[in-house]
Design a binder for this molecule. Structure first.
Ligand SMILES: Cc1cc2nc3c(=O)[nH]c(=O)nc-3n(C[C@H](O)[C@H](O)[C@H](O)COP(=O)(O)OP(=O)(O)OC[C@H]3O[C@@H](n4cnc5c(N)ncnc54)[C@H](O)[C@@H]3O)c2cc1C
Length: 246
């Protein structure tokens, strides 16, 4: 249950509030506003101006409170990332759900976060006016450390591809594969559709081996939606298609 609601007007004010125990940042509130057993206070981030999306050289800096729909409509966003965003949530949720809230709350079926993992997105977290740190999304996901995410940065110079298989075309994936390849040849493969977060299957100097990496990532991925054997076969095929696309 939400027991107190704060809407600070400055980042400084928000950080001071968030330094107290049992008080959480509120993005779109699509998850946080669900009834829950614990009492929490929330700090609404909407007045802080953290919803900008800026191209900066070869990077795109996504403000933490940019909504998923705002991102989808941004012309700098690559088409494969747009496909992944459309699957993340339906329109009404995309209009409210924020980039940071989606990362913090994601499970393994998050297509947006699978794509961010392939792109080796950098997450800026602030603790106070003096203290901040940048974390690679691969380091952020297992820990989901406290702190206020202020921005997420992705490269725009990587070619990317996204493929998925699901029960219906607009459903969450049973298996999804996201591949990013930089001009240097560096290739990162992330897979989703299972578990607590999308998984990094490969970070190599070339695309050789993506099929085997995708297959290996799902070795123990049995759940109510599919067997590990099925996921391993499908992931290898999807990874091959992604590699052909880039
Ligand atoms: C009907 C419905 C169906 C849904 N289905 C799914 C689903 O299938 N799969 C799924 O993964 N999710 C699902 N969700 C959850 C939700 O829509 C997404 O995870 C959403 O995008 C969360 O974004 P938000 O901005 O609304 O987060 P909020 O609800 O505002 O916050 C979610 C979490 O992120 C934290 N947070 C928010 N912003 C920040 C920040 N800047 N820095 C640090 N922490 C922050 C909050 O403190 C909270 O812990 C569903 C929600 C609804 C209402």
């Amino acid at each position: 249950m939400i027991t107190a609601y704060h809407r600070p007007q400055t980042l400084d004010e928000a950080l001071k509030l968030l330094a107290q125990p049992n008080i959480l940042p509120l993005g779109g509130g699509t998850l946080l506003s669900h009834s829950q057993a614990d009492s929490v206070q929330v700090v609404d981030l909407q007045a802080l101006g953290l919803n900008t999306i800026k191209k900066n050289g070869n990077n795109l800096e996504i403000g933490a409170t940019a909504t998923l729909q705002q991102l989808l409509e941004n012309e700098a966003l690559p088409a494969a990332l747009k496909s992944a965003l459309k699957l993340e949530a339906p329109l009404n949720l995309r209009n409210a759900g924020t980039a940071a809230g989606t990362i913090v709350a994601c499970d393994g079926r998050s297509t947006f976060v699978a794509m961010l993992l392939a792109l080796d997105a950098k997450i800026e977290i602030r603790y106070s006016n003096l203290e901040n740190r940048m974390l690679n999304i691969g380091d952020f996901l297992p820990l989901r450390p406290r702190g206020l995410i202020t921005s997420i940065t992705i490269p725009l110079n990587a070619k990317i591809a996204f493929e998925y298989v699901s029960r219906t075309p607009a459903d969450k994936p049973i298996v999804c594969v996201a591949l990013a390849q930089w001009p240097s040849g560096r290739t990162r493969l992330a897979v989703g559709g299972y578990g607590k977060a999308p998984m990094l299957a490969m970070d190599g100097t070339e695309s050789e081996g993506v099929e085997a990496a995708a297959r290996n990532a799902f070795h123990e991925a049995n759940d109510e939606w599919a067997s590990a054997e099925y996921r391993m076969d499908v992931a290898a095929t999807l990874a091959k298609r992604c590699a052909e696309k880039v």
